[in-house]
Design a protein around this ligand. Sequence first.
Ligand code: ATP
Ligand code: MN
Ligand code: MN
Length: 290
Amino acid sequence: MSPANPPASDVSHPDRLYWPDEGVTKQNLADYYAAVWRFMAPYLVNRPLALLRLPDGIKSHQRFFQKHGWKGMNSHIEEIADPEDAEGEKLLRISDFDGLVALVQSAALEIHPWGTTTDHWERPDMIIMDLDPGEDVVWSAVITAALDVKARLEACGLAAFVKTSGGKGLHVVAPLAPKAGWPEVKGFAHSLAENMSADAPEKYLATATKAKRGGHIYIDYLRNGRGSTAVAPYSTRARPGAPVSMPLDWSDLKGLGGPAAFTLANVPQRLEVRPRDPWGDFFDAAVPLQ
Ligand code: ATP
Ligand code: MN
Ligand code: MN
């Protein structure tokens, strides 16, 4: 049984427009996160976070991608020391729904966690394969690529889950029992990308060189290094339409309109109609990287 949604939260300046063209306000964002919290929490709490903050909404040029605190930061956002950099600037973490409301209050319109928790910093609990289609890549080819990543992960004994990025692509995510360290996990992700590109060089690239990207899908494995981040499941994106990164069933892919089909406006209703969590088995399916 899923726990109940947290009660709606009061925010200051609730009518502040974060997505002006869509009429999406700060209060709407808080309400959206109350509706998805019970599904989102495991991917958000107790993880170091990077935030894309846009204090004046997505139309403003003021956007800060930040990993560190700021003056006057809400007390529900915790500052934590990176054990590898104990003297360095502190990192950010939340541990409950109040923390998420504090992020809303702080105009964090995208939330990008590390692929690990602060209980086991050096042992990631997921592999994230980020599929980045170049110009001219048809959507069906991105779906094919995701299925190819899934097959390769499964051949290694891993489970695979898929979500939209809310931008241009898909993310295929494999849960890990936190045993292997960052270099091994990144090395594994790199090999997977290299193998795909070696097997189908006309379709896939394993290097970030933009020049060759047209017509190819870049298999971005770099989300898997220590300190790298990827957008959280259910996080909104600071892009037109208020899209979100939406966890899906594999069977949903063929009917999916595109990577930004799910939005702050349509996700809560979908969760009511279809309350089963497509990623409900995520952590139960975790095995160590062999
Ligand atoms: P898309 O589908 O459009 O590719 P995406 O979320 O996968 O969406 P990418 O550009 O592929 O976006 O990946 C960028 C990742 O790099 C983000 O997920 C984020 O965690 C990280 N990142 C690092 N620096 C920045 C920055 N300055 N601004 C935004 N993201 C950044
Ligand atoms: Mn991407
Ligand atoms: Mn990428």
